[in-house]
Design a protein around this ligand. Structure first.
Ligand code: KG4
Ligand code: ZN
Length: 354
């Protein structure tokens, strides 16, 4: 069973061919970072236009790298949402047209479920349920309780900024460039995480929700009160100890908030495994702190590899494979859904093919 996955929810155009929901034959990604960098963030209008430019060559490249022709593909899986509407429409239209022309099933995938399935692509053994699954990306910070495979109960989410968004905004404020996550991750490794006191966000109403806007404001206050000047283009941030220390202190506060919340949820729901996915799961400190949490709680912690943590289409194909096995095929009238909510209404849109 060969599935062609297509991902275009934000600023990466990606296409992949995955065999039997598990073996990645190709996973092409056309990055738009250079286009959005001058603006310090994704410009939706530019993103959709870039998807239009890249989608054809990216799909062709993925098929070629996999060594298969379009006639060998058994189904097309495409990200339905959540994401930027103009970006989603490009991938959806392209995927729909390919599936229609070939007369093969179209599979609509939730982007967050795809992030979670990225970990299954590489997991060497079956995960013990319940699994506590944290998705941390540029748009989402959500905790799902998975009592069984492919069953998601949303038990907590951010009330304001997503963790990745906080990274990107802080990096922008410091003049470090876009995307901020990988840059701050690298700089944080050279700084002192205790140099600046920053709040570890706590929601005290007993929920498993997150909040990062207070941290972002606290970082801005630290910048002002310590007169930390943003980086000047062309200069090396590694020669700025104040920025290295702030990066380390900020990263410490973000990771600590994620670990504490997840620990509470694991204990409360007696989870037997932890899964961390999404772009921020590429973070080096997050990985080591979650591994330490796993040792403390004596539960395995699973991450996708760094390459499969950020947006890619192999994870979309893997999620599509599950839909295919349940015969949850999308109709030709499939629409983008910018607010698709995994774990709240995940069964809403599935319907039988033909
Ligand atoms: O999942 P993703 O590729 O796209 C969304 O679905 O949003 O996540 C992108 C986010 C960005 O905010 C980026 O700054 C962040 O993931 N990110 C990181 C790292 N690599 C990517 N954040 C922290 N540390 C990293 N190493
Ligand atoms: Zn993502």
């Amino acid at each position: 069973m060969l599935i062609l996955g297509i991902e275009s929810s934000c600023d990466e155009t990606s296409a992949a061919v995955v065999e039997d929901g598990r073996r990645i034959l190709s996973n092409r990604i056309a990055s738009q970072i250079a286009v959005h960098r001058p603006y310090g963030g994704v410009v939706p209008e530019l993103a959709s236009r870039q998807h239009l430019v890249h989608i054809g060559p990216t799909v062709a490249g993925a098929l070629q790298e996999a060594g298969v022709g379009l006639e060998q593909i058994d189904a097309v899986a495409v990200t339905q949402g959540p994401g930027l509407v103009g970006s989603l429409l490009v991938g959806l239209c392209y995927g729909k047209a390919l599936a229609y022309a070939r007369g093969i099933p179209l599979l609509a995938v939730d982007h967050l479920e795809a992030h979670i399935r990225a970990a299954y692509l590489e997991c060497p053994e079956p995960m013990a349920h319940p699994v506590m699954s944290l998705v941390v990306s540029g748009g989402h910070t959500s905790l799902f309780l998975m009592k069984e495979d492919s069953h998601y109960e949303l038990i907590g989410k951010t009330r304001d900024d997503a963790a990745g968004e906080a990274y990107d905004k802080v990096a922008k404020r410091l003049g470090l460039g876009y995307p901020g996550g990988p840059i701050l991750d690298r700089l944080a490794q050279q700084g002192n995480p205790e140099a600046f006191r920053l709040p570890i966000a706590k929601i005290s109403d007993g929920s498993a929700d997150f909040s990062f806007s207070g941290l972002k404001t606290a970082v801005l206050r630290v910048i002002q009160s310590n007169n930390i000047r943003p980086m000047v283009a062309g200069k090396d941030p590694e020669e700025r100890p104040d920025i290295l220390d702030l990066a380390a202190s900020f990263q410490n506060a973000v990771v600590e908030a994620l670990v504490r919340r997840t620990e509470q949820a694991v204990r409360k729901h007696r989870a037997r495994a932890v899964l961390v996915s999404g772009g921020v799961a590429a973070n080096s400190s997050l990985r080591s702190r979650f591994e330490a949490l796993g040792r403390k709680l004596e539960v395995p912690v699973w991450f996708p590899s760094v390459a499969l943590s950020t947006d890619n289409a192999a994870m979309v194909a893997a999620a599509g494979y599950l839909k295919h096995s349940r015969k949850e095929f999308a109709g030709w009238d499939l629409n983008a859904d910018v607010e698709l909510r995994l774990g709240e209404n995940s069964r809403r849109r599935s319907r039988k093919y033909r």
